[in-house]
Each structure stands twice: as structure tokens, then as C-alpha cells.
Design a protein around this ligand. Structure first.
Ligand code: AMP
Length: 569
């Protein structure tokens, strides 16, 4: 069987993992990642696509051709315009997925399937868009799993013999999820999931960013409306760094230089201290929003806070001190932050992939049950919402309801499918519709149709309808098959401009030697032929050492070169 990888496709960062000797491991590549973590950022130049770490740097210099946080747009029809070309959110996500796939392939050989994670309360259309992104990237989706469930699977694999009631608090870059589950006899039984797709680390950054802008506005003559895109990106970046700093320090310095020129012709700079207390005050309401959701999840799970044995902190933003302070009030010492917050979701996805391709032994016997994150139903008269599958029901699930015609001689019904918790369909989300006709003409209420919803483990919905008197049937996979093969081919063409092969000069190690190489070049003319030959051979050895990432050798060669150059004048 081919390789299957686990992918955490995050708002701000993405990770990929696979199973090695029965254990999940993250695959990183320093070209694209900070550590093992790849920023979910894409820069699209006319003839080149840059992904990850380097694209994140481009965000500062070329914000107009750089895209970040595309996950927030998944499932919408919003177009992203770069160099006058339109891209769908799925295409940008596909670029990220493709890079992760290729990064994995460099280490483990051909990969064609993936388990991809999504926030627990991603709706049907957002899940479908994620699947489409994978298709565009040339990946078959083996499973879509919920992020907190995935993190819990990683924990479950390590603690297979234990029994525990677990709460997963997953605050990522752009989304928040809370899940309550029970681990017993190798089964991870998800009880309930709640969340907010529009709440994450970025919102905390925004608060600091607004604070900085307000400070600039109050304390300098700079018109913040007129700041360049580049300066705004720099402020954004400073805000995020300050936030991370405050997870370990009580205060941090905010420094923004070159905001403009004052009347005396001097550069306008600002520098001030931001304390953790001020940050906590600026973001108190955001933490409280997560607290409310934790309460709702517990309520829906039927497990009380005091019965929770373990709280798993997942997602980079769960490192904020205010998160653990808030959770400590209810859960005290039960909080575990030792599982790697950034990697746990991808590692769990790899566990799921490993179960599928038998790379994890069946004795470890980890079984996961998940639940439906939203209520699903149809519109009936007066646009009322009639639920068929209720929120928190176990997946996979098949449920049917019988409906009757509402007018005399009615020959067709329009099945309109919605998702949500409100009484009226207008207040819920439209998922899709289809029409069945050929119903025998009868009085209102005399003809019956049976509507069946089948909701699978990926959280994808198949709807079928049967006219009971005739046995006529029709079915539709709701959001899944929105793209045909031709669409996918077209969409993948646009993302096919390849990242240029990085040269040795793009490597971080090149920084160590770049000065001595340029000095050497300046002195070429003064060298005798023997020295010139030696110097060229050292430079060529340096190139190889840089490509092999052999830092010791690079440093040694640099010392030798510097000694030679010192003697030439
Ligand atoms: P994830 O998508 O789970 O990787 O989370 C990324 C988010 O975590 C981003 O918003 C980061 O700014 C945030 N993050 C990462 N490290 C820290 C930290 N030490 N303190 C606070 N937030 C962090």
C-alpha cells in the first residue's frame, strides 16, 4: 500500500506527519519551515510560487502578491486577485498542500493519499472545499478528521491503556475548537464538540496591532491611514511577535522605526513597553468567548467540569498565559501542555493514516468515534427548519424522516438542506437542494416522501429521497462533487508554476560566508594564480558544505579563507 500522510492545514501554520516504526513523526524541511512548522503563506510571482517560511518574509516586502490566512476564506466564493489573476481559496490551500506533499515525498517516497484535519465545527461546505483543495493538489483524501479529535488520538496512542475523560482546548491561528471525549479500552469516544471558526491567534494580534496604531496616532504626527502596506505588515508582524513574547515574559518592547519624516527632517520612530497585564485587558473578551464555549461543550457532553481528568492544550495560541490562567480556575492541575501544541494535530492525523495503511499495529487498537458538529435538516412549510440528524449524534449515521405533500395535486418536491441550530432556515446555513418529481397527483398530505440523511465519518452528507407510493428514488452527495475532473484539471494548472530550485545562496548558512566571498571577489585581481586556484577551490567546497548543511565545515572553510584573504593586500 502507498504512503498516506497526516496533514494539519492551519490558518497560520501547517504541518505534515507520517508513521515511522509505529510512531507518528513530523516531517520538516528547513527550506520551507521554521523548525517543523510551515507558515501557511503563499507568494505568487509571475513565474514562481513561494511557499512557507520565505513567503512569510515576502509578506513584509511584497504584501500585494502574498496570501496568508486563506483558511478563513475556505468554503466562500471570495476570489483572491494576484497579478490580475483570480484564485479560489481552494487553489491557494492546494499550493500549501502540494508543498507539504512534496516535502513528505522527499523523505518517504511517493505519497498519494492524506488524512487532513479541519476545525470541528467546519461546516459541510468548508469540509468540501478542503477536499477540493486536496484534489487540486493531486492528493486523495483518505479521511477528513476534526482537529481536536486528531490531537486526542495522538494522546490516546501514547496512553492507550488509560481511562480518562478528556477536554481538548484547541486555539489555533484562526479557529477555536473545544471537544470533550472519553478514552477507555482503546476507544476514544467523542461526546461533543463546539467552536468558533472566526476566533484565533490572529484576533489577539489584531488587538495589539490596533493598540500600536493608536499609540502612533496619539504620540506622533503620522497619519496611520496613509501608512504603506509594507509598514502595516511590519506592524502586524511586530504585534504577533510581541504576543508570543508575552507568553514567556511579563512585558515586551514595541519598536517601529521609519514611520515617516518629521518637520526637522528626522525619522519618526516609536518605542514603548507593552505589559502582559495590558495585553490581557485588551484581549479579555476573546478569552471569555472561549470560556463560554468550554462551558457549552461540557454541557452538551453530559460530563461535568469536575469529572474531567485531563485538559489537553492544543494549537499555538493555547500557549498564552491567559488561557491556562482561565482554565486553571476550573481544572487546576489537570491541564497538560506537554503534548506538542503545534504538532499534536498533524501527529494525530498520521495516527489515523497509520491505522488505515496498517503501519500502526492492530493491537494498539485505537478506535475513534466522532460526532456530528451541526444539526442537519430540511426546510418545510413557512421556512421552518426540520432537523433530521441532530448535533452531537455519533458518526457515521443514517436517519430518515417522512414528509407529506403540502398542496393538492403536488407533483414535485424541492428538498432544501440546511445546517444549523435555529428554528427558521433563514437563520441557518443553506447546504444544497434537489428536486424530485413524478409524484402521483393526490390531495395535500396524501403522498409521502421519505428523506434519508447519511452522514459519514468525514462529516460529508448524502441525501436521498423516496416517493413511498411509487418507490421512485433520487440521491445527491451534498457538497462533495462540486468540481468535475475538468474543473480540477483547470484549477491545478494555475498553481503549477513551480517554486524555483533554491540555490546555495538562498541557504541560511550562506550568510556565514557571504562577506568573505565578496571580499575574496574584490581581491581576485591581486591574487597570484596559485592563491586564486586555492580560493576558488575553497569557495567550491563551501558550496558543497552549504548544500549538505554542514555548518562546522562551512565555518572551518570560512576561517581558512579569511586567513588567506588577510595576507593579501
Ligand atoms: P497553530 O495554527 O495551531 O499553529 O497556531 C498558530 C497560532 O499560534 C498563531 O496565531 C501564533 O501566533 C500562535 N502562537 C504560536 N506560538 C505562540 C506563543 N508562544 N504564544 C502565543 N501564541 C502563539
Amino acid at each position: 500500500m502507498g504512503n498516506i500522510i497526516g496533514i494539519d492545514l492551519g490558518t497560520t501554520t501547517s504541518e505534515v506527519a507520517y508513521i515511522k516504526d509505529g510512531q507518528p513523526v513530523i516531517i520538516g524541511n528547513e527550506k520551507y519551515c521554521d523548525g517543523n512548522i510551515m507558515p501557511s503563506v503563499v507568494t505568487i510571482k509571475k513565474d514562481e510560487i513561494i511557499v512557507g517560511k520565505k513567503a512569510k518574509r515576502q509578506m513584509l516586502i511584497r504584501p500585494e502578491i502574498t496570501v496568508s490566512e486563506v483558511k478563513r476564506l475556505m468554503g466562500t466564493n471570495e476570489k483572491i486577485i494576484i497579478n490580475e489573476k483570480e484564485y479560489l481559496p481552494q487553489q491557494i490551500s492546494a499550493i500549501i498542500l502540494k508543498e507539504l506533499k512534496e516535502m513528505a515525498e522527499e523523505q518517504i517516497g511517493k505519497v498519494d493519499e492524506a488524512v487532513i484535519t479541519v476545525p470541528a465545527n467546519f461546516n459541510d461546505i468548508q469540509r468540501a472545499a478542503t477536499k477540493e483543495a486536496a484534489q487540486i493538489a493531486g492528493l486523495k483524501v483518505e479521511r477528513i478528521i476534526n482537529e481536536p479529535t486528531s490531537a486526542a488520538m495522538y494522546y490516546g496512542l501514547e496512553n492507550i491503556g488509560k481511562e480518562a475523560k478528556i477536554l481538548v482546548y484547541d486555539l489555533g491561528g484562526g479557529t477555536f475548537d473545544c471537544t470533550v471525549l472519553e478514552l477507555f479500552s482503546g476507544i476514544m469516544d467523542v461526546k461533543a464538540s463546539r467552536g468558533d471558526n472566526l476566533l484565533g491567534g490572529k484576533d489577539f494580534d489584531n488587538r495589539i496591532e490596533e493598540y500600536i496604531l493608536e499609540y502612533i496616532s496619539k504620540n506622533t504626527e503620522v497619519n496611520i491611514e496613509k501608512l504603506s502596506k509594507k509598514k502595516k505588515s511590519e506592524i502586524k508582524e511586530t504585534a504577533e511577535e510581541a504576543k508570543k513574547d508575552l507568553s514567556v515574559s511579563h512585558s515586551t518592547d514595541i519598536i517601529i522605526n521609519n514611520l515617516g519624516i518629521d518637520k526637522e527632517g528626522e525619522s519618526i520612530d516609536v518605542e514603548f513597553e507593552l505589559s502582559r497585564d495590558t495585553f490581557n485587558n485588551l484581549t479579555k473578551d476573546l478569552i471569555e468567548r472561549t470560556e463560554v464555549i468550554v462551558g457549552e461543550t461540557l454541557l452538551a457532553s453530559g460530563i461535568t467540569g469536575k469529572d474531567i481528568d485531563i485538559v489537553l492544550l492544543v494549537g499555538g495560541s493555547s500557549r498564552m498565559v491567559a488561557v491556562s490562567d482561565m482554565l486553571k480556575k476550573s481544572f487546576g492541575a489537570k491541564i497538560i501542555s506537554s503534548i506538542n501544541a503545534d504538532e499534536a494535530v498533524a501527529l494525530g492525523a498520521a495516527v489515523q493514516a497509520g491505522i488505515k495503511n496498517s503501519k500502526i499495529s492492530s493491537e494498539s487498537g485505537l478506535i475513534v468515534t466522532d460526532v456530528c458538529s451541526y444539526t442537519l435538516g430540511v426546510a418545510v412549510e413557512e421556512n421552518e427548519f426540520s432537523p433530521i440528524i441532530k448535533r452531537d449524534m455519533k458518526l457515521p449515521i443514517v436517519k430518515s424522516e417522512i414528509y407529506v405533500t403540502s398542496s393538492d395535486d403536488q407533483e414535485r418536491v424541492n428538498i432544501r438542506v440546511y445546517q444549523g441550530e435555529e428554528k427558521l432556515t433563514d437563520d441557518n446555513m443553506f447546504v444544497g437542494n434537489f428536486v424530485i418529481d413524478g409524484i402521483p397527483k393526490k390531495k395535500a398530505g396524501e403522498e409521502k416522501v421519505e428523506v434519508t440523511f447519511e452522514y459519514d465519518l468525514n462529516g460529508m452528507l448524502d441525501v436521498s429521497v423516496e416517493v413511498l407510493s411509487t418507490g421512485q428514488k433520487k440521491h445527491k452527495l451534498m457538497a462533495v462533487e462540486r468540481l468535475n475532473e475538468k474543473d480540477i484539471e483547470d484549477l491545478s494548472k494555475d498553481i503549477n508554476i513551480k517554486q524555483k530550485n533554491l540555490t546555495w545562496k538562498d541557504s541560511e548558512l550562506y550568510n556565514i560566508v557571504s562577506v568573505s566571498i565578496s571580499v575574496a571577489k574584490d581581491k581576485f585581481e591581486k591574487m597570484d594564480s596559485k592563491t586564486l586556484e586555492d580560493v576558488n577551490s575553497i569557495i567550491s567546497e563551501m558550496k558543497t558544505a552549504i548544500e549538505n548543511k554542514d555548518k562546522d565545515k562551512v565555518t572551518k572553510l570560512d576561517d581558512t579563507l579569511t586567513d588567506i584573504l588577510f595576507d593579501i593586500d
